[in-house]
Write a protein that binds this ligand. Structure first.
Ligand SMILES: NC(=O)c1ccc[n+]([C@@H]2O[C@H](COP(=O)([O-])OP(=O)(O)OC[C@H]3O[C@@H](n4cnc5c(N)ncnc54)[C@H](O)[C@@H]3O)[C@@H](O)[C@H]2O)c1
Ligand SMILES: O=P(O)(O)OC[C@H]1O[C@H](O[C@H]2[C@H](O)[C@@H](O)[C@@H](O)O[C@@H]2CO)[C@H](O)[C@@H](O)[C@@H]1O
Ligand SMILES: [Mn+2]
Length: 441
């Protein structure tokens, strides 16, 4: 069986050890020769890389690991680039969240003005990765889950139209695991789903078992009463902010009782509630820095200090196995049905053909083939049109260096109450993002 070479771009990510452990778990199905880590912060990456080297030596000595900040070394002779960069790291995420909140607007990593600010930073970072991949491994595919995925996907559609980049998100998968748990199924893989929307902005319209029986009445009943809460034992429910997000899906679902929603729609449909329940001094970025980041880097340092990973508490990121499923679909033409962020091009009949939508696709060696969604209702269509307008304006603002278009984008976001507030937020964001954004005229 062919063995694959993989680059993980954003090697210093908190998700890298979990993804590497996940890749090791799937070696029988997806054999790996070399994993390369690439990051533009060599020090941050070194802690992760040194710990992963020890871990690999103990658990899969046949897999080679290389860490580099040199694009040529990192991107040469690879089959897949798995990209999870965070341009500006958590320090900038904190500002993305706190600046809008200061103006009493939702402060979130991928939604509203915070997501727009992050998008303006991510676009050049991801385009640079695409260019490295095309220069040094022109046949490779990039599996990108760097956020904000909606804006990044629109940017790559427009600015790198022929690149082999697949944009994906784990949120529907995470929610489907909770739905499966509530249905008493062993995993989401026992279900087949119909879903449409934009990234972090979509709806399930049907969920069936493998015999084709709709499970939707039971799913709707549960979500309309409890949101996506389970018996409280799921990993996400251990974190208070995720716990409330999962429960709030109940109020989002009430707006369209025939479907069940993506959790992040709460930021657009209940922004006043979200602002009222946010701590302006301690946001999700602070939680993640004190939680996941400290834990992952602490465990990696402990592995390095002890010289062994035998007692590590780092665990496999099993839910991220969709990334291997996607790589396998491309490598072995498995024709797996997966939700992907793709150019609409008629799949949603009554929607902008150039919009990047999140819909079921059949994925094979030539990439995703879209399944037909058909016509969508006016409520969803109108919300999506507004949000696609935001995402397209951000990419145009980046391309043209346009202050006016970025102001329009923030004004158009359903999370923002007025053009005045949008301008105040934008001016603060420009100041904070001087080191990252192009100059705006
Ligand atoms: N799409 C999804 O469903 C999904 C799920 C989870 C995480 N993510 C995304 O994965 C990314 C990583 O998240 P994290 O919390 O682990 O962040 P992190 O800050 O721990 O890691 C990101 C890494 O990217 C590096 N980096 C930044 N800019 C870079 C550039 N231009 N080139 C190379 N490396 C660069 C940083 O130095 C850092 O080591 C984020 O974009 C996050 O939003 C996406
Ligand atoms: O606030 P963070 O950094 O913990 O998470 C933000 C990300 O949230 C989503 O990913 C979730 C996923 O939905 C859930 O099922 C579980 O697996 O945890 C993930 C995060 O740890 C979202 O899809 C990402 O785009 C966000 O970056
Ligand atoms: Mn996501």
């Amino acid at each position: 069986m062919k063995t694959f070479n993989i680059t993980i771009a954003g090697g210093g990510s908190t998700f890298t050890p979990g993804i590497i452990l996940m890749l090791l778990d799937y070696l029988d199905e997806f054999p790996i020769d070399t994993i390369k880590l690439y990051d533009n912060d060599g020090d941050r990456q070194k802690t992760i890389a040194d710990a992963c080297a020890i871990l690999l030596k103990e658990r899969a000595p046949e897999v080679r690991l290389l860490a580099s900040t040199n694009p040529e070394e990192a991107f040469t002779n690879v089959d897949f680039v798995m990209a999870h960069i965070r341009v500006g790291k958590y320090a900038m995420r904190e500002l993305d969240e706190k600046i809008p909140l200061k103006h009493r607007v939702v402060g979130q990593e991928t939604c509203g003005p915070g997501g727009i600010a992050y998008g303006m930073r991510s676009i050049p970072g991801v385009l640079e990765l695409v260019d490295y991949m095309e220069k040094y491994s022109p046949d490779a595919w990039m599996l990108n889950y760097s956020n904000p995925a909606a804006i990044v996907a629109e940017a790559t559609r427009k600015l790198r139209p022929n690149s082999k980049i697949l944009n994906i998100c784990d949120m529907p998968i995470g929610i489907e695991e909770l739905i499966a748990k509530n249905l008493g199924l062993s995993s989401r893989k026992e279900m087949e789903v119909d879903y449409y929307g934009l990234n972090h902005f979509g709806w399930w319209t049907d969920i069936r078992d493998k015999e084709g029986n709709s499970l939707m009445p039971d799913v709707i009943k549960h979500v309309s009463q409890h949101g996506y809460a389970t018996d409280g034992t799921s990993e996400l429910e251990q974190q208070e902010s995720w716990n409330s997000t999962l429960k709030k899906a109940r109020d989002v679902q009430a707006l369209d009782p025939k479907t069940v929603p993506n959790t992040y729609l709460k930021y657009y449909l209940y922004p006043d509630y979200e602002v009222a329940h946010s701590n302006k001094e301690f946001t999700r970025a602070n939680e993640v820095m004190e939680g996941r980041e400290k834990f992952v880097f602490g465990e990696c340092q402990a592995i390095i200090d002890k010289g062994t990973a035998k007692e590590t508490k780092l665990v496999i990121d099993e839910h991220a196995s969709y990334i291997v499923d996607l790589a396998k679909a491309i490598a072995f033409n498995t024709k797996e049905r997966m939700l992907m962020i793709v150019e609409n091009n008629g799949a949603i009949k009554n929607f902008d053909p150039t919009a990047m939508v999140e819909i079921p696709c059949i994925v094979g060696s030539n990439g995703p083939e879209k399944l037909v969604v058909g016509e969508i209702p006016r409520f969803q269509k109108s919300l999506m049109e507004q949000q696609v307008g935001v995402e397209k304006l951000v990419v145009e603002a980046f391309e043209e260096g346009s202050y006016q278009k970025l102001w329009q984008a923030i004004t158009l976001s359903k999370t923002v109450p007025s053009a005045k507030v949008a301008k105040d937020i934008l001016d603060d964001l420009i100041e904070a993002n001087k080191a990252f954004w192009p100059a705006l005229k």
